[in-house]
Design a binder for this molecule. Structure first.
Ligand code: PAF
Length: 276
């Protein structure tokens, strides 16, 4: 695996490649990332992974400084998967001057995650656009774990006519159902045992919908109360239309349920697609 910190050297190296598939990450790689990279390897000859903890997508009080950085171990994992190229720039390389051009995002970016983390998707979209411009991939793989992020990146690619195809990767879960995430390591033992209940609660609601219930507000209230009783602080649990991420109506069929909730100081998100 070739490792680049510098944009010019990376571009020189990638110039001759026929088909590039890109997997952007913030490092601290786990089985969820590795599944995306394995998927990427099936799609094109040359796999580029980036590791960059993007300050633009953290609010001032969030965990930017504490976000787990495990570069050496990440490199070992990527080498083990025969990744061709790793791009791991410093902040100085990606932001040599203050990043004053920022994208203006559609209203969906102010809902769900965007309602609780204002500016988050602007930071994500801006860095992803920069990385696309640097790497010029033919394809890029994003996980469904960050469902709204995937939706917004797809919209960005479509509305800005970016020459890249976005591929979705399935969420990887621990045996008890907890979606893998770098933030899971903030959980202590008791919290880790409790954490699967976000997924389990979404799953119960999914079963209710599949068996015909359409009283979404009631179902969402039940889900929220279940989690609150167990000690969670719920930011939101919503049932949305998959195509637009706007609230679902009773006659919509392709749905996704999304949730975000806190266990003490750790915020977890999850989602489940439902064919209603
Ligand atoms: O999903 C992530 O890890 C990040 O949001 C991404 C896409 C690498 C942008 O920083």
């Amino acid at each position: 695996m070739k490792i680049f910190n510098d944009i010019t050297a990376l571009r020189d190296n990638l110039r001759s490649k026929q088909a590039i598939v890109f997997v952007p990450t913030m490092g601290n790689l786990h089985a969820g990332h590795l599944a995306l990279i394995k998927q990427a390897k099936q799609l094109a000859d040359h796999v580029v992974v980036s590791i960059f903890v993007n300050r633009l997508q953290f609010l001032p009080h969030e965990d930017f400084d504490h976000y787990p950085r495990t570069f050496e171990n990440d490199c070992k994992l990527l080498t083990g998967l025969n990744v061709n190229t790793l791009f791991a720039p410093s902040e100085k390389i990606l932001f040599p001057t203050k990043q004053e051009f920022l994208l203006a995002l559609p209203p969906v970016a102010d809902t769900l995650e965007g309602e609780f983390r204002p500016g988050f998707f602007r930071g994500v979209a801006t860095i992803v656009l920069k990385l696309f411009n640097i790497i010029k991939p033919n394809l890029a793989v994003f996980g469904k774990k960050d469902y709204q992020q995937l939706h917004i990146i797809r919209e960005m690619v479509q509305q800005l006519n970016l020459p890249v195809e976005i591929i979705a990767g399935e969420t990887v879960r621990a045996p008890d159902g907890l979606a893998l995430s770098s933030r899971n390591q903030y959980l202590n033992r008791a919290q880790r045992e409790e954490a699967c209940n976000l997924y389990q609660t979404l799953l119960q609601i999914k079963h209710e919908i599949i068996s015909g219930r359409r009283d979404y507000p009631v179902l969402l209230e039940i889900a929220t109360k279940t989690l609150v009783k167990r000690g969670w602080k719920v930011d939101y649990i919503r049932i949305q239309k998959r195509s637009s991420l706007t609230p679902a109506h009773i006659d919509d069929t392709d749905l996704v349920m999304l949730g975000a909730a806190w266990l003490d100081k750790t915020r977890l998100i999850d989602n489940l697609e439902i064919s209603g």
